[in-house]
Design a protein around this ligand. Structure first.
Ligand SMILES: *Cc1c(COP(=O)(O)O)cnc(C)c1O
Length: 462
């Protein structure tokens, strides 16, 4: 019986000649298509061996359909845009900060044409690529000079290496942080060649602890923002002002690694505790380090602002060649910074700021509309729910942010199964399961993605 079925199997050439597969050949290499045909035929033979029947004409149509699907599936890019319905604005696994349109466009333009990356168009002389961002950063932060590398981890390494290799950098024990699994201050120190000189205790470090540790081999004092955790209770740490005064007294630079990079003032949204770059510069930090793709809302970058002589030394370090930004990132960073020249514009056009500032009422109205659409699918219950989310990306860890989500439940499907189907759909939708509900938080869903979101949920349930 099954031998008969095998005999009805079409040949590779017969499948190749079908109209559906012919049209694939317009956009895909011949080898790719033939390979998919062979794999589908193999799979079919395996199915027949298990007793599945194969009927010639209808079977050919199903088979060509499977080939078309396989080619589409196997040839799609590995990196795809997804809908972030987690409510976490700076979600590291989802690419942290989505950039402003202007920044994306600048990266696009920079990538597809020649540009004056290292050429002064006025003089015709070779120039530095850092000039593109230096003046904007100085204007926005009040610093004397500025430069940028690939991320804040690289900024920390190159700063410590330039200023403290073979010597000691003093850091409070309460600030020996780990961020995101691989950024650990003691390890970063070791990589840079600087010797970590820990002072104080986990909860208490006084300025006197730093002063006692200073010796002829001390190169700098460093403060690291305790980005992703808080010590609460009986705590004490030296203020930046105290560190700056101590640094001046002993002629030691003070480095402030603030991580998040707040240029616009978020305190109006109820967020405290996250240092403004401008404030650190004004307090006298010799160098301030921060990320481009955390609260700044730009491309991945590590920005260093501060004293001109120190920035010059950093730029002369051979590692700069390894750490420097490429033209697309540089263009995107410049465009992001230019948005901040008009703070209102930044609040409107930088997605991270816009999402953080989105009022609950607006979220609630959007959630009601989405819930109504989802609730009309048969077997689906959708309701609007108040939630708490976090900014993410190591920013503002102790401060939950109120948000609004659509909670969905589908008859006959567990939350886990539904979440998996959403995650593997097109576009993928990432929600979160909390207290037995699958939540789709609208704070991180762009309004223009709502129709796609509804379509993806509909497909996942069907
Ligand atoms: C996030 C963070 C870093 C690392 O920044 P990346 O841009 O992810 O490399 C370094 N220091 C602090 C304090 C941070 O919060």
């Amino acid at each position: 019986m099954s031998a008969n079925h095998y005999r009805h199997l079409p040949s590779v050439n017969q499948i190749l000649e079908s109209p559906a597969v012919q049209s694939l050949l317009g956009t895909h290499a011949h080898d790719v298509v033939v390979d998919s045909i062979r794999q589908e035929l193999d799979q079919l033979r395996a199915e027949i061996s298990k007793g599945v029947g194969f009927n010639g004409v209808a079977g050919l149509e199903i088979l060509t359909g499977r080939v078309v699907e396989r080619v589409a599936r196997e040839q799609r890019p590995n990196l795809r845009t997804v809908i972030n319905a987690t409510g976490i604005v700076l979600h590291t696994n989802l690419g942290r900060a989505p950039m402003a349109e202007e920044a994306a466009r600048a990266a696009h333009e920079a990538s597809r044409a020649y540009l004056n990356l290292e050429l002064d168009l006025g003089t015709g002389q070779r120039s530095s690529r850092q000039i593109a961002i230096r003046n904007w950063l100085c204007r926005l932060t009040g610093a004397e000079s500025a430069t940028a590398v690939n991320n804040c981890a690289a900024a920390t390494v190159i700063t410590l290496r330039t200023l403290a290799a073979g010597r000691e950098a003093i850091v409070s024990r309460g600030q020996l942080i780990e961020i995101g699994g691989s950024f650990r201050i003691p390890e970063i120190m070791a990589v840079s060649g600087a010797t970590l000189r820990e002072v104080g205790t986990t909860n208490i470090t006084r300025i006197a602890d730093y002063e006692k540790a200073i010796n002829p081999n001390t190169a700098l004092l460093m403060r690291v923002h305790h980005s992703n955790y808080r010590v609460i209770g009986f705590t004490e740490s030296a203020s930046l002002e105290e560190l700056v005064a101590l640094g001046r007294k002993h002629n030691l630079p003070v480095i402030d690694d603030v991580g998040s990079g707040q240029l616009a003032d978020l305190s109006g949204l109820g967020f405290q505790d996250e240092p403004m770059i401008r404030t650190s510069v004004a307090a006298g930090a010799d160098l301030v380090l921060f990320s481009g793709d955390k609260l700044l809302g730009g491309p991945q970058a590590g920005i260093i602002v501060g004293r001109k002589d120190l920035i010059q030394r950093i730029e002369r370090d051979p590692l700069m060649r390894a750490f420097r930004l490429d033209k697309m990132t540089l263009a995107a960073l410049e465009a992001t910074l230019r948005l901040y020249l008009d703070e209102q514009r930044a609040w409107r056009d930088v997605p991270v700021l816009r999402m953080l500032a989105m009022p609950l009422e607006e979220l609630r109205n959007r959630a009601k509309a989405v819930a109504t659409q989802l609730g009309s699918i048969s077997g689906v219950k959708a309701s609007v729910q108040e939630t708490q989310t976090f900014v993410g990306g190591g920013s503002l860890p102790a401060q939950a942010m109120p948000s609004i989500a659509v909670a969905i439940a589908a008859k006959g499907r567990s939350d886990d199964v539904l979440a998996e189907r959403l995650r593997t759909g097109t576009p993928a939708v990432l929600g979160r399961i909390q207290d037995g509900h699958l939540l789709l938080d609208l704070r991180t869903v762009f309004p223009e993605q709502e129709a796609e979101l509804v379509a993806s949920v509909t497909a996942a349930i069907g």
